[in-house]
Design a protein around this ligand. Structure first.
Ligand SMILES: C[S@@+](CC[C@H](N)C(=O)[O-])C[C@H]1O[C@@H](n2cnc3c(N)ncnc32)[C@H](O)[C@@H]1O
Length: 414
């Protein structure tokens, strides 16, 4: 374990050209909302959920209908702070994640209408929900409020798989609900599936994929189950199984005419750009636990809803942890999300400190068949999956663990 950590740390140092300390999030000293010039992508975090799913690592809390009006008032106040400091979402994207944003009822659609009056009209509004939530009136309200992309957490249509994931639900109703959502007129309907490569069979996954495709959804995101801190002592699925399932998913989606748009996501049809929760280089985050990424820093709002409310009510910015981004780190971050989307650019960003070494690795990847032209192959994407497992999951584990324990944590070394 220690050896693995040392090797991974050394690999990061060599590839990034940065010392370990560069990857440290420290308590943010900022009280003023940072100034923006020009338009920005926005993210809003709505933490409420009706049920807690055993596997979920995100910053969620049980739905409290009494708190919801205050929550949205605060979210609008934070949007006003962003707008007063020059940020506008005009023509850009607005991603609303959680949690399960739709469980908050009309508050969400009212918020959306007011938000656009404050920050401008986004070109895309992407929203997360779950299959349990879908009803005809909800879909109508969301469309009327301007939602263009809907992502529905299904995870599985099989009761035994849902049960083993520790998720409650009524999967027998999902097919019909999703068909209704597919007909509703969103530019993009994404369905999230999850599989546990150690406890389910390829047959279970094949059947889930078939059912998801039959609904008419134009994007499928198929995640391997990541095991985070809550399942202490539980290991990730065995590597051999992960490889087998990963290869199966790629082949199967290709046969059905879907094209990869990221490590886990495949698309066929739909209008506008693909649904994506993570691939923005810079964004302004609103809500408890929301991340913000600017050209020169990366920060998280406090995860604690009350602490977040009290900061915003005082007209202050609610960052808890912050990490400066040098031009090199910012370029590395950009390269990572390019790779995540299956794209290896021919010309690497000149701000990368280790550009020569990275270019050599890129040529080797092309020679070995991990990449064709600028597009990563299935083999290449499997390596990105492993990279994601090593660095991103570890980073989520560290930041999320301390941030859920205390509103304003000490420094976290990533
Ligand atoms: C932020 S969650 C929102 C899900 C939504 N609230 C629901 O209940 O369906 C977005 C997606 O992350 C994926 N996800 C969450 N935890 C995961 C884990 N431990 N491993 C893999 N994927 C996960 C799920 O597919 C989920 O639909």
């Amino acid at each position: 374990m220690k050896l693995k950590k040392t090797v991974l740390g050394a690999a990061r140092r060599i590839l990034s050209g940065e010392k370990g300390e560069a990857f440290t999030m420290r308590p943010s000293q900022r009280t003023e909302f940072p100034a923006s010039s020009g338009t920005q992508d926005f993210y809003a975090h709505i933490p409420y959920c009706r049920n807690h799913c055993a596997y979920c690592p995100y910053n969620t809390k049980p739905l409290d209908l009494e708190e919801v009006p205050d929550f949205y008032e605060t979210l609008l106040a934070e949007a006003r702070l962003a707008a007063a400091n020059g940020a506008s979402v005009d023509g850009r994207s607005f991603y609303i994640g959680g949690g399960t944003p739709t469980c908050t009822g009309d508050g969400l659609t009212r918020f959306l209408r007011e938000f656009t009056q404050i920050c401008g009209q986004p070109a895309t509004i992407a929203l997360e929900t779950s299959a349990e939530e879908l009803t005809a009136p909800l879909l109508e309200n969301l469309l009327r409020a301007g939602v263009t992309q809907l992502s529905v957490g299904v995870q599985s249509f099989a009761p035994h798989v849902l049960k083993s994931l520790g998720r409650a639900g009524h999967p027998e109703t999902y097919g019909e609900k999703l068909e209704m959502a597919a007909r509703a007129g969103f530019e993009n309907l994404n369905v999230d599936l999850m599989y546990d490569a150690d406890s389910e069979s390829i047959g279970d996954l094949a059947s889930d994929i078939s059912q998801a495709i039959q609904t008419g959804a134009d994007q499928l995101t198929i995640y391997p189950l990541f095991r985070f801190f809550r399942q202490e002592g539980v290991a990730m699925p065995r590597l051999r199984n992960r490889r087998k399932f990963f290869a199966f998913v790629w082949k199967r989606m290709e046969l059905d005419g879907f094209s990869p748009v990221s490590v886990w996501s495949f698309r066929k049809g739909g209008r506008g750009e693909a649904f994506s929760s993570v691939q923005r280089r810079t964004f302004v985050g609103l809500g408890p636990g929301a991340g913000t990424c600017r050209e020169d820093f990366f920060a998280f709002n406090t995860f604690d809803t009350s602490a977040w409310m009290s900061r915003i009510r005082d007209g202050k910015c609610a960052y808890s942890l912050e990490m400066p981004l040098s031009p090199n780190l910012s370029a590395l971050y950009g390269l990572y999300w390019d790779l995540y989307a299956g794209h290896l650019p021919k010309k690497l960003d000149p701000d990368l400190k280790r550009r020569r070494l990275l270019a050599l690795l890129a040529s080797t990847a092309r020679l070995l068949g991990f990449c064709r032209g600028e597009t990563l192959t299935e083999r290449g994407m499997y390596w990105i999956h492993l990279l994601q497992n090593q660095y991103m999951l570890d980073y989520i584990d560290r930041v999320w663990t301390v941030s859920r324990e205390t509103p304003y944590p000490e420094a976290v070394r990533l």
